[in-house]
Design a protein around this ligand. Sequence first.
Ligand code: ATP
Ligand code: F6P
Ligand code: MG
Length: 374
Amino acid sequence: MSTRACPQRVGILTGGGDCPGLNAVIRAVTQSLLRQCGAEVIGIEDGFAGLLCEPARARRLDWDAVSGILLLGGTILGSSNRANPLASAQATALALANVRRLGLDALVVIGGDGSMTIAHGLAQQGLAIVGVPKTIDNDLYGCERSFGFDTAVATVTEALERIQTTAHSHHRVMIVETMGRWAGWIALESGLAGAADAILLPELDYDLPTLARHCQARLQRERYSVICIGEGAKAQGGAPTLQTSPALPADGHPVPRLGGVAHQLSAQLQPLLDAEVRATVLGHVQRGGSPTPFDRVLATLYGNQAAQLLLQGQFGCMVTLSGGQLGHIALAEVAQQQRTVPAGHPLLQAAQQIGVCLGQADRDRAHRPPLDHP
Ligand SMILES: Nc1ncnc2c1ncn2[C@@H]1O[C@H](COP(=O)(O)OP(=O)(O)OP(=O)(O)O)[C@@H](O)[C@H]1O
Ligand SMILES: O=P(O)(O)OC[C@H]1O[C@](O)(CO)[C@@H](O)[C@@H]1O
Ligand SMILES: [Mg+2]
């Protein structure tokens, strides 16, 4: 982290997959800077893709530009989860040249782990950067809550509630697949909130016979079952379910595209159960729509905190929430890291203790109720 004089012309971009609350951050950064030091705020369009255009695609953000956007989902600036200024020396040079041409003396990068890795690389080249932790996946190192996660959990929870009633009516086993890449936070929290009988995470490879026994026991008691599975989950000894990605641009960094594990699991489970199995992949609906009140507040706090760091001349860092307190962490610590669900996390313990199947043979069998359980 470094300290310099307070910047007068600040760029802001949104990188990675969009998520609810991006506009709330853009608004808070802009309003805070305009009000506190009259800095000019320049919005870069489509994330790092806009910074890699000749000329860069950017526009000025004033009070009017950010008025009324707090409630809006998505990002008024656009985003890209494919462009990468670190992919080649030419791309890095172009990004740095564009920052100079735009006259920016600092840049706010609102993004996830990939965007923070890029931000760190650019900071190492001398750019004054402050990061803001964005992602529905909640997988950013050093930060206990990224904005967007709460809204995604609310959306998945509502979906699980709806799936419960149709599962009950048709006496089916219903599998609901969430996003989250290699972190199971969305599946875990929404699975608990939406009363899933089994929660399967990328962090805990599931044992198919254990899961089948759990569902079968549940079918005999309740005649239906709901499984919530994170897209990065896999069976013990199996491989993650990947989609074919469209061709990347020449300067792109390949990020595997997940999705479809619910259909794999459905095919694995069906022969083992006495009920029909169905799969629902929730997909991008989890990223859309207006942020929850919690995410509006969190995103506003994060945006304002980013502005305060800029005003203090604190760069090369990302805003954080830790122990419920706002703070910041060096980008060097965040880059190339992911925050997955650790073994023994209190939510895992609680889930297992109340009888939710996590697909783990020994633990779940020890607590499996007898088939004639009332
Ligand atoms: N390990 C990495 N090193 C360098 N660049 C990366 C890395 N991982 C991802 N990127 C690049 O970062 C950009 C955004 O990555 P990614 O799609 O993971 O989004 P993100 O910012 O992490 O947000 P989210 O994961 O919430 O969508 C992409 O351009 C990708 O090429
Ligand atoms: O928009 P795309 O490229 O399909 O990305 C989907 C991925 O982005 C996220 O929504 C956010 O990182 C992941 O949960 C998901 O795997
Ligand atoms: Mg990411």
